[in-house]
Design a protein around this ligand. Structure first.
Ligand code: DGP
Length: 126
């Protein structure tokens, strides 16, 4: 998939639309999901132009990959949801079967309360 520079997260990165920023460094931006699914719901995105996890692993430099995954756990520590507290979940939807809506790689970091089953039962999803 060709990266679409008009996707909503690209606009957030360019500060063309606002977000509730939680953490930022040279490689990543973390901000609140506009439709939170749990008490804590943060999106962690790389600053580079990658459509999804596959694209990221194909094209990103080692330093970008390392810094991205380090940032996810760093954000979890800042949020006090890391494994040493009550735990959290990270989710990254890749492509249409997974329901990826925004074509810029993002990890959902959810926590702050019981999260529940990893997936709805097979017959429960729409
Ligand atoms: P996914 O389905 O994995 O592509 O999740 C996309 C998420 O992005 C979804 O949970 C809602 C969130 N989202 C969509 N538009 C915006 C926006 O403009 N601002 C913020 N903060 N989040 C958004």
């Amino acid at each position: 998939m060709v990266y679409d520079r008009n996707n909503i997260f690209a606009k957030i990165l360019r500060e063309e639309i606002p977000c509730k920023k939680y953490y930022e460094n040279d490689f990543v931006l973390a901000f609140e999901d506009v439709y939170p699914q749990r008490k804590i719901h943060i999106l962690v995105i790389p600053k580079g132009e990658y459509t999804d996890l596959d694209d990221f692993h194909r094209k990103a430099s080692d330093i970008e990959i390392i810094e991205f995954f380090k940032a996810i756990t760093h954000v979890a520590e800042l949020l006090k949801v890391s494994a040493q507290f009550d735990g959290y979940r990270v989710i990254s939807n890749v492509g249409s079967n997974a329901g990826q809506e925004v074509p810029h790689l993002h990890f959902h970091l959810v926590g702050g309360e019981k999260i529940g089953r990893m997936l709805p039962k097979r017959n429960d999803y729409g």
